[in-house]
Design a protein. Structure first.
Length: 570
């Protein structure tokens, strides 16, 4: 009996190997590691350049704010401002005007366009403007995102044309050049030079954000492809976290009262270093990466042979843009939930937002980014329990409520006390980030595929991502401008502008939630018998709810390979 049992097991293993030649490949096998490194290096470079914005803006503000320094040496050695030490009043000031001494109330302070009233200082004072203006902050934050918008258009086709190896090589070279220019523009304090090359590195990262997920989809072991695919988002948040860590180390250690040169220029150069390092890693990835354009397949004799990958021509029903109008509108609403609820306002302006809520700007930024990274990791196990729609809709409701009821209304001046406002708003931001990274962010890219039939997915997914990039640019550019305007100008109370912005985010989110409850459903094709096929996202989230026959396994594989087309990352 035991011999028969062993024979049955051997036969079962042989059948499994024939049906799935990758059945014995482990998650941490060298094959999967080689594929995963693409998402790792592309994601971490993308994330670091996203997190770069808030930290660089804060450090630049420190290098131009004479009034914050209380000793002569750091006052006179600031790199980006011509400060002078007033020995009579023992303050560091600007040669042309002393806002703090010349103006003592909000009205008189606002009469000089070089001064603004500080509501965060204790006591409140009139101070000289420093750092980037709201317009420059918006342009700086939006430049890379605008580049990603353009780069994502041709990321897929160029990867097909020249292969992923040469794509990553080109992206690495471009990123190195841009990072070197970051160092130069910082040294000579040339804002527009910095912006132009932020735009260029954005184009490179836009290409990378399409090419990397495509490479993983085509080369990872199928049963691990979703787990490895999630790594891109995880590594993006890791890059953001590393930028926040650099900001905390470089900016929080500035001693404004120490009578020594605080070397602000060196600190800003240090922030640019990691972008250069990660770009070099991406260059080496392009040099040594195995080209994924050729795949091993079995011929009629059972031998493995290499042949050019040929896209399967699915025999699905074709749909035009007119027939897909409803699904495209729902996709636009989904993109609105992703971007118009304010996630990039929080990511890019976290130091400013957290500073207005009573925390040291770079410390608050660090807390936000650590939480952002940790909650992204938590999304992986939850995605195996709930469907993409369930996670997305539920978490979109939570994010909208946090914007409206914790980050918006309580922050408006006069609603609550300062202490209560700060505690409630910080709690709201942390819950908002958790809900976004657990459900809204990761599920968006799956739903961008599953909203459309297979034959329309490349067009539909591209449309969805184009819309979300448009919303992304709008938020990045206009958030600082709008909040300043709603606050009443540079000397207005920033709490008012921030509250109005988050009330807007929450209102838009709730409207999108209502639409999604009724209309957000993955596309369901009907098979030959008239039965509805299960959507790919639900199948991935609940594998036990479907049969494991050969046809089902084949369909799942085709769904995944189809879904890789047109995927971009924020």
């Amino acid at each position: 009996m035991s011999g028969n049992r062993e024979g049955e097991l051997d036969n079962a293993e042989q059948r499994m190997e024939v049906e799935d030649p990758d059945a014995h490949v482990k998650l941490f096998s060298m094959r999967n590691i080689k594929v995963a490194q693409v998402n790792f290096f592309c994601g971490i470079l993308n994330g670091y350049n996203i997190g770069f914005v808030g930290v660089y803006t804060t450090l630049y503000g420190q290098s131009t704010n004479c009034a914050v320094y209380t000793a002569q040496v750091p006052c006179e050695t600031l790199s980006n401002a011509k400060c002078m030490w007033d020995a009579t009043n023992n303050i560091c000031t600007w040669p042309e005007i002393t806002c703090q001494l010349d103006y003592t109330d909000v009205e008189s302070c606002g009469s000089n366009d070089k001064c603004s009233w500080s509501y965060q200082s204790d006591p409140q004072v009139c101070q000289h403007k420093f750092g980037f203006s709201s317009l420059y902050s918006g342009i700086f934050a939006g430049s890379m995102i605008l580049g990603c918008f353009f780069g994502s258009f041709f990321g897929g086709p160029i990867s097909r044309l020249i292969g992923p190896r040469f794509v990553f090589l080109a992206v690495g070279i471009t990123a190195i050049i841009c990072s070197v220019i970051f160092h130069i523009s910082t040294a000579v304090d040339q804002f527009w030079l910095l912006v132009v090359f932020r735009l260029i590195i954005g184009i490179a990262l836009g290409v990378c954000c399409v090419a990397a997920p495509m490479f993983v989809a085509e080369n990872a072991v199928p049963r691990y492809s979703k787990m490895i695919g999630v790594l891109f988002q995880v590594c993006t948040t890791l890059g953001i976290f590393l930028a926040a860590t650099m900001g905390l180390a470089l900016g929080q250690s500035v001693q404004v009262g120490a009578n020594s040169d605080q070397k602000l220029m060196g600190r800003m150069q240090g922030l640019c270093v990691l972008s250069t390092v990660f770009s070099i890693f991406l260059l080496f990835l392009g040099i040594f990466l195995d080209d994924g354009r050729r795949k091993k397949k079995s011929n009629n004799n059972g031998e493995n042979v290499e042949e050019e990958e040929i896209e399967e021509a699915p025999q699905e029903k074709k749909y035009g843009w007119g027939r897909m109008t409803g699904q495209l509108l729902v996709a636009a609403v989904v993109a609105g939930t992703l971007q118009l609820t304010g996630i990039n306002a929080v990511m890019n302006y976290a130091p400013t937002i957290m500073g207005s809520l009573g925390l040291a700007p770079l410390l608050g930024n660090f807390i936000v980014m650590v939480w952002n990274f940790v909650t992204t990791i938590a999304s992986v196990p939850l995605a195996s329990v709930f469907t993409m729609r369930q996670l997305f809709v539920t978490c979109s409701l939570i994010t909208s409520c946090m914007c409206l009821f914790l980050c918006g209304i309580p922050v408006y001046p006069g609603i609550t006390t300062k202490q209560a406002k700060n505690g409630v708003a910080i709690t709201g931001i942390l819950i908002f980030i958790a809900a976004f990274e657990i459900g809204v962010g990761p599920c968006f890219y799956v739903l961008a595929q599953d909203l459309f039939p297979k034959s329309f997915r490349p067009k539909g997914a591209s449309f969805t991502n184009v819309v979300q990039f448009v919303f992304n640019v709008i938020i990045n550019v206009f958030y600082p401008i709008a909040t300043e305007k709603f606050s009443g100008g540079p000397s207005g109370n920033p709490d008012k502008g921030q509250a109005i912005a988050f009330i807007f985010f929450g209102g838009v989110g709730l409207l999108c939630f209502v639409v999604q409850v009724f209309f957000l459903h993955p596309w369901e094709e009907k098979d030959e018998d008239g039965a509805e096929a299960a959507p790919a996202a639900d199948a991935a989230a609940n594998p036990d709810s479907h049969s494991a026959d050969d046809k089902g396994e084949k369909d799942d594989h085709i769904d995944f390979s189809e879904a890789r087309v047109g995927v971009t990352r924020d």
